[in-house]
Design a protein around this ligand. Sequence first.
Ligand SMILES: *[C@@H]1O[C@H](CO)[C@@H](O)[C@H](O)[C@H]1NC(C)=O
Ligand SMILES: *[C@@H]1O[C@H](CO)[C@@H](O)[C@H](O)[C@H]1NC(C)=O
Ligand SMILES: *[C@@H]1O[C@H](CO)[C@@H](O)[C@H](O)[C@H]1NC(C)=O
Length: 301
Amino acid sequence: MRSFVLLAAALPLAQSIRIIQSNDDGWAEANLRTFFDVLNSAGHQVVLSGPAENQSGTGSNDAAPKQVDADGCIHASCPGKSPPTGANATDPRLNYVNSFPVTSIKTGIDVTAPKLWNGAKPELALTGPNVGGNVAVQVPFSGTVGAATYAAKTAQIPAIAFSGQTGNPTAWNAPTPLHSKVYADLALNITTTIINSGKPYLPANTYLNVNFPAVTETKCNKPSEFKYIFTRINTGVLSSRDANWCGSTRLPWEADVILLRGSSCYVTISPGDANDKSTVNDAAVQTQIINKLKPLLSCLP
Ligand SMILES: *[C@@H]1O[C@H](CO)[C@@H](O)[C@H](O)[C@H]1NC(C)=O
Ligand SMILES: *[C@@H]1O[C@H](CO)[C@@H](O)[C@H](O)[C@H]1NC(C)=O
Ligand SMILES: *[C@@H]1O[C@H](CO)[C@@H](O)[C@H](O)[C@H]1NC(C)=O
């Protein structure tokens, strides 16, 4: 028994699990594809199901997929008039859905992934990294968050929404930008920590809203430079006290940490309520999530 525990603790990689990925910038976006590659390199089984077009800012909209218009999918990643859903011709794990982010992840969870996994469903849903931050008041409008909350609430699959401050829309087949690589590594670090914390990966009906700060050629460009801070989506002035963490019972506000102190290379991780996308206010649930993320978390100085 004891030797088994020691062996498990010495394993460098998280166990391989089934992951569904989506976003709102489109299935062919470099941030999303770079994260797909990194998750595969880490040994996971990954199915990507993202919108055919840019669906930024479409929140939790959901509608039956339609034939792709005459211009084709984003970044010329599928021809004009392609069918409502489709896969990469040589890699069936890469899929587009010509509709909203919620519709894309739903199709991936219910149809595409089980077909590739002998009927099994995903164990974890990861959205983004979004091109641009999703902080505080931006959260309710974000399709990246909309897809994550659909997974957590309706499909009951633990979900994490990732967003990065730096970058412009970039095609999957363009040279991979530095920020896409850095964000993929940071997202993998959080994903691995959650997987290693054991099932259930997150409390029911919760998701994590993760924001990465700006990445530049000279600053915040190596994963080891970053610190991970547990934060709130909204300030919580009128809310009950938060979990007792870092010497306080009020978590910092993600906007303060990511926007005002971004040059300190802080990543914010906020516990989200999948019912309304706001902060989880229950201190006991916050504490469960803190305990899962403890190997990663730091306190603000
Ligand atoms: C489809 O997959 C192949 C092989 O991985 C890759 O070379 C190609 O760029 C992909 N195209 C799209 C649109 O995903
Ligand atoms: C999507 O559209 C939003 C504005 O609606 C824009 O800010 C963003 O850069 C676009 N993303 C892509 C991938 O084109
Ligand atoms: C994950 O982040 C922690 C805390 O910053 C760091 O010590 C560790 O090296 C990172 N791991 C990877 C694989 O990036």
